[in-house]
Design a protein around this ligand. Structure first.
Ligand code: SAM
Length: 310
């Protein structure tokens, strides 16, 4: 199933069937079917210990809803890390035994283990690139009111949020991570050149794209794109990308360090100017997400480390 260079992603969820659509459809489905990518979805309930297969319990201290149990998550993660069959554990380590850690593993350091949570580090193209460099990823999908904090502290290597909103569960977030990461893995699923030019790859949003017909209901295509002048097209695209980014996401422009297409200047050679389109400056889209410019994890890792010291 998994070839020598294949990237493997394990997903832990209480709704494994949720992934049947995303993982069997389109490019992702084809990549998995052809063995370019190895995605294994595990049912967390396989590691539950009671006859009801419970994975949750009432929160200590009271409050609304239920919280996912740390013992079930720890057993499940250890089993997945160590390739044990579903439901098996290396022993009930949580009640006094060794903590899950790199030392608990037979085969080297634990894989990058990403807990999806609204409290996590914002998921960006830059983080997707970082994760795409891994040979193995494990994605943990929470439900209910979330997961016992000890799983955040002891099991996860990363906590990742897909946005400042709250979903029912981590499955949608995990699917977003899988898609964004796999399309950046060199040679997997597609067109490496297109991902080098698209939004965020150089810190800018992508320039506008057009295709046939040349005119629709009186609206044409910027003449420069049909000019055959590749230099002019490249300059126009860069200028458009910069203008669009300045209007909608000035936070990205401030961090942009590389040109999108060429080293040519940003002078516009024909075509529509940058006016129009929803201007999000100052709106929700323009929120400046901290990125990992300060190295992997940045503020999120530091925050978790200090929380564990407390
Ligand atoms: N009570 C939690 C809070 O306020 O942060 C939210 C729990 S949410 C209903 C249940 C699960 O959905 C979370 O454990 C997480 O796995 C997932 N989830 C929800 N929103 C998410 C987001 N923005 N990014 C990543 N995962 C999210």
């Amino acid at each position: 199933m998994s070839g020598a260079g294949t990237v493997r992603i394990d997903v832990l969820t209480i709704f494994p069937r949720w992934f049947e659509g995303p993982l069997t459809t389109s490019l992702l489905g084809r990549g998995i079917a052809e063995g370019e990518l190895d995605v294994r979805v595990h049912d967390l309930r396989e590691w539950a210990t009671d006859r009801h297969r419970s994975v949750d319990a009432a929160p200590y201290g009271g409050g609304a809803g239920m919280v996912m149990r740390a013992d079930v998550w720890i057993d499940a993660c250890e089993a997945v890390w160590n390739d044990l069959p579903a439901g098996e554990t290396r022993g009930r380590t949580v009640a006094g035994g060794p903590l899950p850690s790199d030392q608990a593993l037979a085969g080297g350091p634990r894989p990058r283990t990403v807990l999806l949570t609204p409290r996590g580090r914002p998921f960006t193209q830059s983080l997707a690139r970082e994760l795409a460099a891994e040979r193995r990823l494990v994605l943990l999908c929470g439900r209910y009111e979330g997961i016992d904090e000890r799983v955040h502290d002891l099991v996860a290597t990363d906590e990742v949020s897909v946005g400042d909103y709250v979903l029912f569960g981590g499955e949608v977030a995990a699917a977003a991570v899988i898609e964004a990461v796999t399309r950046l893995i060199p040679g997997v699923l597609g067109n490496d050149a297109s991902s080098a030019e698209e939004s965020f790859s150089s810190g800018l949003l992508e320039y506008p794209q057009y295709t046939r017909p040349a005119e629709i209901r009186g609206h044409g295509v910027p003449a420069v794109l049909a000019s055959g002048d590749h230099g002019a097209v490249a300059r126009w695209r860069r200028a458009q990308a910069e203008a669009l980014t300045a209007r909608r996401r000035p936070d990205l422009l401030a961090r942009s360090v590389q040109p999108v297409m060429t080293a040519d200047g940003p002078d516009v050679a024909g075509g529509p100017d940058a006016a129009g389109g929803p201007d999000a400056a100052g709106g929700e889209d323009s929120v400046a997400f901290p990125d990992n410019a300060d190295g992997p994890g940045g503020a999120w890792d530091a925050d978790r480390a200090s929380a564990q010291d407390d």
